[in-house]
Design a protein around this ligand. Sequence first.
Ligand code: NAP
Length: 287
Amino acid sequence: MKILIIGSGGQIGKAVSAAAGALGHQVFGADIKSAGARFALDLADMGSVGKVVEAVKPELTALCSAMTYVDGCEKEPDLAWKINAQAPGGLAAVCLDTGSRLVYLSTEYIFDGKNGPYSETDPVNPISVYGRTKLEGEVRVLGRMKDALSIRTTVVYSFDRAGNNFIMQLIDSSSRGVEMKVPLDQYSNPTYAPELADFILELSMAGKSGVYNVAGADRLNRYEFALKACEAFGFKKDFLKPVTTAELKQPAPRPLNAGLKMDKLLADIGKAPAGADKNLKFLRQKF
Ligand SMILES: NC(=O)c1ccc[n+]([C@@H]2O[C@H](COP(=O)([O-])OP(=O)(O)OC[C@H]3O[C@@H](n4cnc5c(N)ncnc54)[C@H](OP(=O)(O)O)[C@@H]3O)[C@@H](O)[C@H]2O)c1
């Protein structure tokens, strides 16, 4: 299948590109110019997005680009709205015109984190600009294209030297012996990017549509996750400093008691992502 991956230089985009390539699909990567992809586009400029989709004429488009810096969205809400909310809706319209299905990457940050873990049908209530704009992106995609797929995920990690995900930050802090403050009160399901990518493709190839949660099996707070990573990598744990989210004084509020339920995935395709211990072991083999 001809697959266009928008955000091919990002963490999830890289994983989806690798997984799709391994399955023998024809993969076309697109990203903002600085990310060095074959096709350059900017979600803030729908003209550039339309040109790439029309040039590639994909059967499936995976939107793995967004303004992902949660605190940055708080500081630049108009730009976040343009990229996270308007662009996905515009892309859905372009995909409809060119005959491509669309898979959108959504987030547990569309919930307030008062009573997680959440199923696909639980009421949403985002508490940050990132969460509000990502939710609007999901609503616009699903509203425009009836067979579009929205995958909600959370705390995605992978071994990516160029990346800045939680595990890469932990590896960096440990190797430099620098203290890492880790919140004790943010609960969610850490998700291994290569496994997420496999599920994104499997759901897409199975013709599934609507919303699916895809996240790791274990619901952990960040400190618990950091401890597991240290165990898996053989790191001492003394550089980790458990703190509350309030102590971090981050500009954007975080959903604390969050996490995602995997019942729908299990019911529909009979499997769900593994837990953190297994995936941290895979990751350990990469460095
Ligand atoms: N990572 C997570 O834990 C997580 C959890 C839930 C949902 N998601 C969603 O999953 C998707 C992918 O996340 P990710 O973690 O892979 O993000 P990422 O690593 O930050 O990658 C995002 C990619 O989008 C590119 N990009 C930024 N602004 C753009 C623009 N205006 N036009 C085109 N491309 C642009 C980035 O380029 P630059 O690097 O040059 O800026 C980067 O290549 C996002 O929709 C995100 O909201 C992620």
